[in-house]
Structures are given as C-alpha cells and as structure tokens.
Design a protein around this ligand. Structure first.
Ligand SMILES: [Zn+2]
Length: 194
C-alpha cells in the first residue's frame, strides 16, 4: 500500500513537472514571437523597425528623390541622426506627394509603417493577423492604420500605394468602397515617380 502511494505521488510529481515544463516552453515561444520595435516618428508617419541596419536597408530600397539623396548617401557618415533625418525626409516627401496626387491634403492620423527584415518575418506577421498563408508583398490595415512591408522587397511605388490607402480611408467621413480605393491607390503608385 505505501508502495502504491509512493508510485502515485511520483506520477503526480512527474505530471506536475511536465505541465510546468510545457508552461515554460509556451512562455518562451511567445516571448520570441513578441516583436520589440524601435520607433521613428516623422511628420506624417511612425516607422517601426528592429535594428538600425534595417532602417538603412529600407532607405536604400526607397529610390525616391534619388538624385538628391544619392549624393547625400555617398558622403554621409551614416550616424543615427543622419539616417533618421534621411528616412524621415524620404517618407514624408513621399507621403506629401501621395496627398498631392490624390488632392487630399487634409490632416489624417499618422500612419504606422512596420518594417520587416525579411519575407519570413513578414509572412509570420501576416499569419498572426489572418491565420492564413501570405502571398502578398505589402498590405495596409485600416483598424490599426498600419502598413506592412519587407525592407528587401519594397520600393517607393509600393509604399506610396499603401500610404494612399491610409489617406483614402481617412479623408472622407465614410471609407470609400474597396474597389474604388484600390483603383485610386494604383493610380498613385503608377504616377508617383513621374
Ligand atoms: Zn491596394
């Protein structure tokens, strides 16, 4: 009888240990998925990124105002301030251009731009939101007013397109129908570099 008791308590102990271990494991898995963003607030946007190198890659993907920034990039020592200034100017100039093309200059809430360092992390972010496989390169969500892009697969036209969605969705009292908004956003990205 005492022997059985002992066995029972050992199994309870083992069960507790297993449970405890799985709780720790879950906790660990969750903590690795939580993204720790660095933010850069510009006049029209709030950019979120994981490390300074990502912001630099993003900046070189944005060929907007190439003549001006190309020259500055060549000579700058890329101190964090220089990089922040450069990215802010590029993103804000682009945003202003989109407002001009749409002729929608009203002040709207700052749009968040989440910069993912690779396709894998972009896809993970997509999965966390939609619980399905991602097959798009960038997207915008109205509820959080957030643009999602991969720094290695973005250009000014793509970002302008997603910015257009944010501007269109905030300009009128009622959000425009999805199809009309898409037509206008496409018009913006094809006209941005002209
Ligand atoms: Zn679109």
């Amino acid at each position: 009888m005492p022997e059985r008791m002992k066995n029972k308590s050992i199994s309870v102990y083992l069960l507790a240990l297993v449970l405890c271990f799985s709780i720790i494991r879950t906790g660990y898995a969750e903590s690795t998925q939580t993204t720790t963003w660095i933010t850069l607030e510009t006049k029209y946007t709030i950019i979120r990124f994981l490390k300074a190198e990502d912001l630099e890659t993003f900046s070189s993907s944005m060929a907007f105002d190439q003549k001006f920034w190309g020259l500055k990039q060549l000579f700058s020592d890329k101190s964090p301030d220089t990089l922040y200034e450069e990215v802010s100017a590029k993103v804000d100039n682009l945003y202003k251009r989109v407002q001009e093309i749409l002729d929608m200059r009203k002040k709207s809430p700052k749009v968040f731009i989440n910069l993912y360092p690779d396709r894998n992390l972009l896809d993970q972010a997509y999965f966390q939101i939609y619980q399905s496989r991602n097959n798009i390169r960038a997207w915008y969500i109205f509820d959080s007013n957030t643009i999602y892009v991969n720094i290695n697969d973005v250009h000014e036209g793509m970002l302008a397109h997603e910015m257009a969605h944010s501007i269109l969705d905030h300009f009128l009292l009622v959000r425009p129908p999805a199809a009309s908004a898409e037509i206008l956003a496409r018009y913006v990205d094809t006209h941005i570099s002209r």
